[in-house]
Design a protein around this ligand. Structure first.
Ligand code: AMP
Length: 216
């Protein structure tokens, strides 16, 4: 199964991707996670990326494309993958298309998780992530049992630097202008499925897996 997850920041792509990994045993490729790891390690790529991420802007395409190409070559992607947070604009989508056609693994589905714009700010400001295992929580909608600690592994929960209000506004604007056009892009290719991203995490997951049933 080769899929792209589309949706605004805060739509729940990462949360659904984590559940998809467990169910379908295919890797999630999150460019945001890969970039944050590079920033944490202080690599040259991470240093370049950080200045853009802190402002809520997109990291230059060439940086992200190189990273994705490397990752897709890993053997675990042979049986499929979930791209999360990539592509973010039509230039990246075109490049991805070429990359996948050249390795004979074209995309099968673009799944858009649709959340009303007004809900996104609270979802993003409330988001907390476990430092150890990456499990995600929301202090308003799905808090951990013990404040600040992960239910799964007791790891420390943190708020992403770019989940602060000023940066969020910029990220949502960037989404509207650069990423939302991908819905049309994949619609025209005939591989788009849209799922409402409201309700409980498990309700949404039910709709996601029903949509994926067609390609699984
Ligand atoms: P995310 O975790 O997907 O919300 O990404 C966090 C930040 O990483 C974004 O605001 C961008 O600065 C950067 N980023 C993640 N994915 C991409 C991408 N495909 N292209 C450019 N920048 C990206």
């Amino acid at each position: 199964m080769r899929i792209v997850l589309l949706g605004a920041p805060g739509a729940g792509k990462g949360t659904q991707a984590k559940k998809l990994i467990e169910k379908y045993k295919i890797p999630q490729i999150s460019t945001g996670d890969l970039l944050r790891a590079a920033v944490a390690q202080g690599t040259p790529l991470g240093k370049e990326a950080k200045s853009y991420m802190d402002k809520g802007e997109l990291v230059p395409d060439k940086v992200v494309l190189g990273m994705v190409e490397e990752r897709l070559k890993q053997p675990d992607c042979q049986k499929g993958f979930i791209l999360d947070g990539f592509p973010r604009n039509t230039a990246q989508a075109d490049a991805l298309d070429k990359m996948l056609v050249s390795i004979n693994m074209p995309l099968e589905l673009a799944l858009s998780i649709d959340v009303p714009f007004g809900d996104l700010m609270k979802r993003l400001t409330g988001r907390r992530t476990c430092k150890s295992c990456g499990q995600m929580y929301n202090i308003y909608f799905s808090p951990s049992g013990k404040e600040g600690a992960c239910d799964k592994c007791s790891g420390e929960l943190y708020q992403r630097d770019d989940d602060k209000e000023a940066t969020i506004e910029k990220r949502l604007k960037v989404y509207e202008s650069q990423t939302a056009p991908l819905i049309d892009y994949y619609g025209k290719k005939g591989i788009l499925v849209r799922v409402p991203g409201t309700g409980s995490i498990d309700d949404i997951f039910g709709k996601v897996t029903a949509a994926l049933g067609k390609v699984a």
